[in-house]
Design a protein around this ligand. Sequence first.
Ligand SMILES: Nc1ncnc2c1ncn2[C@@H]1O[C@H](COP(=O)(O)OP(=O)(O)O)[C@@H](O)[C@H]1O
Ligand SMILES: [Mg+2]
Length: 282
Amino acid sequence: MPRIGLIHTGLRADEKLLIKALKKRQVDYELIDIRQTPLNPDDLTFWEKFDVILERCISTARGNAAIEFLSNTGRQIVNNKDIVAICNDKFQTASVLSANKVPVIRSILVSDESQASKAIESLGGYPVVMKSREGSWGRLMGKINDEDALEAAIAHRRHLSPRHNVFILQEYIDKKENRDIRAFVINGECICAIYRTSSHWITNTAKGGEVSNCPVTDELLEICENSSNAIGGGILAIDLIETTEGLVVNEVNHTMEFKNSEEPTGVSISGAITDYLLTQTK
Ligand SMILES: Nc1ncnc2c1ncn2[C@@H]1O[C@H](COP(=O)(O)OP(=O)(O)O)[C@@H](O)[C@H]1O
Ligand SMILES: [Mg+2]
């Protein structure tokens, strides 16, 4: 029986569902709170007992550090560091998907007002969405309706850390029925999906978006498979928006929350993650 390590920075309902699924399958597992576990390249004995390690940290900084460390020491980690590097950066995600002919929201990386004005022109004008390369839960994003708003937002960014001085501008997409789609994709297969509906243009559940089941259509299956192939497989949550020309990918998440999605979809996402882990043991 393989031994699975689950690294975390505190157990949410999501991790509790995973633990339940591991127990149900009688899998040998250990919970590893990364806040209390030193990452020491000179002492790998603790890590050697695991056949595969699942990263489930709430803290992106800690999760990234653990993934890089464990990958560099030859441990099998899900998701692997190449997938994580792409998903951590919304601009890299957009460029990798675009290079692989997956429809994505048009995104341009800029760093000052004159570049921004040119980018907005080529995106077809206002409104646009400004966002950082990294981030989650709808933070540090803004809908920019005019030049004054652009100027203000750039001025504010100047006082954030330097990495926020380079930012993404995207075309703003008017969402069908005030919703976007989150697809849960494991090893290229979309196992289920949810609509996230909100009266606010940011539909994240962390911002109060309502969750309901989204049927898995052939179009969704295909775009998810192509996205997953471009990114390198693994366990992904792919955010998409419906447009008049079909689905487009917004972003891809590598350590997704799914606790609110098992009930509406009727799919055990935690079970599917566990089954996938068991196929990934070294
Ligand atoms: N270009 C856009 N046009 C319309 N809505 C957007 C756009 N970008 C993001 N959104 C909305 O904001 C939400 C959060 O954006 P996202 O890029 O996924 O950031 P986060 O990583 O914080 O979830 C999306 O789920 C979507 O509802
Ligand atoms: Mg998102």
